[in-house]
Design a protein around this ligand. Structure first.
Ligand code: SF4
Length: 163
């Protein structure tokens, strides 16, 4: 079976980010994956019931998505709202969607409290980054889906081509 790739909706240019923007990623491998029928897409935050626009959110106290899943940390909006439940619900919905489509790999945008896999922001809304994953990336990794960041398209493509 052709390995499927779950890609963050904003990377395909869908206007789903907190500020109503997308973040389209242009790469020949992405065009080829689309032609090969490998791509499926979802925005975990919208799947969790959040809307566009929405306040920016970060995982508190320099913690990670794995900490959120373990109940050790919350996801907080800059306005003070606790959106932990929505982020967990969105991650679970995204995982069910990915598994339902037979996704073995995911290409997720880095830096997001949902989709980040290499780095996320530290919860102070100050622009400071630290190594760690978002809630959806952490859940995917726990479930055995290989997660790549948007800076790792070539590495993912090499793996897909070798399969
Ligand atoms: Fe993009 Fe993921 Fe944030 Fe949705 S949750 S806007 S797909 S980074």
């Amino acid at each position: 079976m052709t390995p499927k790739i779950l890609i963050s909706a904003c990377l395909l240019g869908h206007a789903v980010r907190y500020d109503g923007s997308g973040k389209p990623l242009r790469h020949p491998a992405i065009d080829r994956w689309r032609e090969e029928g490998r791509l499926v897409t979802i925005c975990p935050e919208l799947a969790g019931g959040m809307s566009v626009p929405r306040p920016p959110a970060e995982i508190e106290n320099g913690m990670t998505g794995a900490d959120v899943l373990a109940g050790r940390a919350r996801v907080m909006e800059v306005t003070g709202g606790d959106v932990t439940a929505e982020f967990i619900a969105g991650a679970r919905a995204a995982l069910a969607f990915a598994q339902g489509h037979g996704c073995t790999h995911a290409l997720l945008i880095d830096g997001s409290p949902s989709c980040g896999s290499g780095f996320i922001y530290d919860g102070a809304f100050s622009g400071r980054k630290h190594a760690g994953n978002g809630v959806t990336a952490a859940l995917f990794e726990n479930a055995g889906i290989a997660v790549f960041s948007h800076t790792q398209v070539d590495a993912l493509d090499a793996l897909i081509v070798a399969d």
